[in-house]
Design a protein around this ligand. Structure first.
Ligand code: PHE
Length: 455
């Protein structure tokens, strides 16, 4: 018995493309262009990338299929779906934890995501006014540090980003989003290719290829593997209910495995291309590979300042990056919004404003961690690092683990096999083995390894 025949009360995507575009909009964002290069730089390159790619394929893809499957079968907000489905399948109500864990993780992610989305917005006028034209590395560095050093400016951009996000979510997920994604994503992709082209000519392209694709596993720590796995979850928008919520608006005729493959493929391609755009510039300009979250902003503004047409390309690029961040941020808000509308009877605008307000407040902790609160740390991590680490490296994989266990062991096989309609027993079997054994064991091993339990 499956519930996917009836639609969600929040509506349904207009077409299969609408879902793929919205889910791709969710997946492609700061995770690909800001976070991927910076963690790769921090954890040393190729070996990290290889682990990351392995995680996408062996963990991310099966979990994505599983998360969309749960969403479409439950047809409610993640919290209520995780109440209804266990009851329907005669399982214990503890599975509710999955829904709540996602909402908490969503708040954490959204809080710092909006701060970084704000950086991207801030870089639009900077680039447009020619601040980076011909600038040397010290100047672009200085620019970024000045931004981080000013809580007032960070607050302004964080507020703007959150307000934009809330405004779009208020109007409902379907309206306008698909068209915008369809138009703007290809342009962003094209601009990344322009940067790759620039790096081929002016950057240290060969060294960058070597850095990205010649692995040295001896330097790979348990921590790095955990971060790589977390990044795979983060970049694919998995583990907090975003893709589950989008899946609940998916028509029962659309193929979950095919859609998932397309989304994960596009997302991975964009991350790798972002790397190819950024690393040649870093290596040629002698920028610090391990500078952390500022890496991409410093590198790209330097690159745009050096290349012909950089003023225009750079301005458009940061507009599109902000937009890509926006389409991800709205998906992070969707689970909690849908829950408040569904269960508490709130109007959508009120629900959205409340959630955005709470995440905005939490985000202030993150933006202060670069200035006023930089001295306050726990295990040498500042506020933003804690929010980022806790959500990305711990809560999202934990969510993924529960998702895999739920579809693998609780959901009846007739339901998953019928809903997924792989059309091929062997593919279905492989997926089942992945969610039953591979994913849970892999996540557990990575967790224990990072804790040092496995030596
Ligand atoms: N996947 C998004 C990105 O790469 C971030 C995100 C994480 C979105 C979790 C939804 C849920 O930028």
């Amino acid at each position: 018995m499956s519930g996917s025949q009836q639609a969600s009360i929040h509506g349904e995507w207009g077409s299969r493309w609408a879902f793929v575009l919205a889910a791709t909009g969710s997946a492609v964002g700061l995770g690909n262009i800001w976070r991927f290069p910076y963690v790769v730089g921090e954890y040393g390159g190729a070996a990290f990338i290889l682990v990351y790619l392995g995680c996408i394929l062996l963990i991310g893809l099966p979990v994505m299929i599983a998360e969309i499957l749960i969403g479409r079968t439950g047809r409610q907000s993640p919290i209520n779906t995780m109440r209804t489905l266990p009851a329907r399948y005669g399982a214990k109500p503890v599975w509710q934890i999955l829904g709540w864990l996602g909402v908490v993780a969503g708040f954490l992610v959204l809080s710092f995501y909006s701060v970084v989305g704000g950086w991207s917005l801030a870089y639009v006028p900077y680039t447009m006014t020619g601040a980076f034209t011909g600038a040397d590395t010290a100047t672009v560095d200085e620019f970024f540090s000045t931004l981080l050093g000013s809580p007032g400016r960070l607050l302004l951009w964080h507020t703007l980003f959150m307000a934009f996000t809330a405004w779009i979510v208020m109007r409902g997920v379907e309206q306008g989003l698909e068209k915008a994604v369809r138009l703007l994503m290809p342009i962003l992709f094209f601009l990344l290719l322009v940067m790759v082209g620039y790096g081929m000519g002016a950057g240290a392209f060969t060294e960058a290829l070597e850095f990205m694709f010649t692995p040295d596993f001896s330097a790979l720590t348990g921590q790095a593997v955990l971060v790589a796995m977390g990044q795979a979850f983060f970049t694919l928008s998995l583990g907090l209910g975003a893709i589950m919520a989008y899946g609940s608006y998916l028509s029962s005729r659309s193929s979950i495995p095919v859609n998932s493959g397309a989304i994960a493929g596009a997302d991975t391609l964009i991350a790798l291309i972002a790397g190819l755009a950024i690393f040649p510039i870093i290596l040629a300009a002698g920028l610090d590979m391990q500078q952390g979250p500022g890496l991409v902003f410093v590198t790209l503004s330097y690159g745009f300042g050096q290349m012909p047409g950089g003023l225009l390309f750079g301005t458009v690029f940061f507009i599109l990056l902000s937009f890509a961040a926006l389409t991800s941020a709205i998906s992070i808000m969707e689970p909690a919004t849908a829950y408040l509308v569904e269960s508490r009877g709130w109007q959508r605008p009120l629900a959205t404003a409340t959630i955005a307000g709470a995440a905005w407040l939490l985000g202030i902790g993150s933006l202060l961690s670069f200035n006023a609160w930089s001295g306050y740390t726990l295990f040498e991590l500042n506020f933003m690092e804690i929010a980022e680490y806790l959500s990305t490296s711990i809560m999202l994989p934990l969510g993924g683990l529960l998702i895999a266990l739920f579809v693998g062991w609780v959901m009846p096989l007739q339901v998953s096999e019928g809903e997924l309609a792989f059309g091929n027993r062997w593919l279905y079997r492989s997926w089942l083995i992945a969610v039953r054994y591979v994913v849970p064991v892999a996540i557990a091993v990575v967790f224990l390894n990072a804790l040092g339990v496995l030596g």
